[in-house]
Ligand binder design. Structure first.
Ligand code: SF4
Ligand code: SF4
Length: 182
């Protein structure tokens, strides 16, 4: 499948490069990104390891991972990276590629949740402190499994609890812009 010949085969790494304008080889696996990721504990593969999988050509493992779907786009990783590798942007590209390639993500509910979550936040027309958003996303993910609870209602009710101060409006807006295309 991934046999390399002298003719350059357009790889998933190339796809990601096209989408993000950055090369995965920039990352030297220092792990600073994952150390600061508020959602790391819940991910099946650490954020830096998703980059590693792509670097090594283990595309399926990377695209199947729940990690990009749990990523809250908080940009903590991107701002910490000594290589200025924008991991948040990379995660967007991995999600996009997984959709394009029709890859079956390990937990399909995560995709539904991801979309419902973003739509809900968007419909509030107000940005929230992104770390809290990440945490909130995780807390509600399992509630989403309840057969009778509408995710919309659930999120509406719970989101009122979040503070109204806007600390990172621009980055949240960016996330929506990118994700809204899907
Ligand atoms: S902080 Fe940057 S260089 Fe370090 S592992 Fe993460 S993406 Fe790679
Ligand atoms: S943008 Fe995603 S991967 Fe990066 S620190 Fe935030 S939640 Fe983790």
């Amino acid at each position: 499948m991934s046999s390399h010949t002298h003719n350059h085969v357009h790889t998933i790494a190339d796809d990601i490069k096209d989408k993000t304008f950055q090369d995965v080889s920039l990352c030297y696996q220092c792990g600073k990104c994952s150390a600061g990721c508020p959602v790391r504990y819940y991910m099946d593969v650490a954020p830096n390891k998703v980059v590693r999988l792509i670097q090594l050509g283990f595309y399926e493992e990377a695209l199947k991972s729940t990690t990009p779907w749990l990523c809250a786009g908080c940009m903590t990783c991107s701002s910490r990276c000594p290589q200025e590798f924008d991991l948040a942007k990379f995660m967007d590209a991995v999600r996009e590629t997984a959709i394009e390639k029709g890859v079956k993500v390990k937990d399909k509910d995560i995709i539904t949740f991801h979309k419902a979550f973003l739509n809900q936040i968007k419909s509030f027309g107000r940005a929230y402190e992104v770390g809290l958003v990440a945490e909130y996303k995780l807390k509600t993910m399992h509630l989403f499994d309840d057969v009778d609870s509408s995710p919309g209602m659930l999120l509406k009710g719970k989101l009122k609890v979040l503070p109204h101060n806007i600390k990172d409006k621009e980055s949240v807006k960016k996330i929506f812009k990118k994700t809204a295309k899907k």
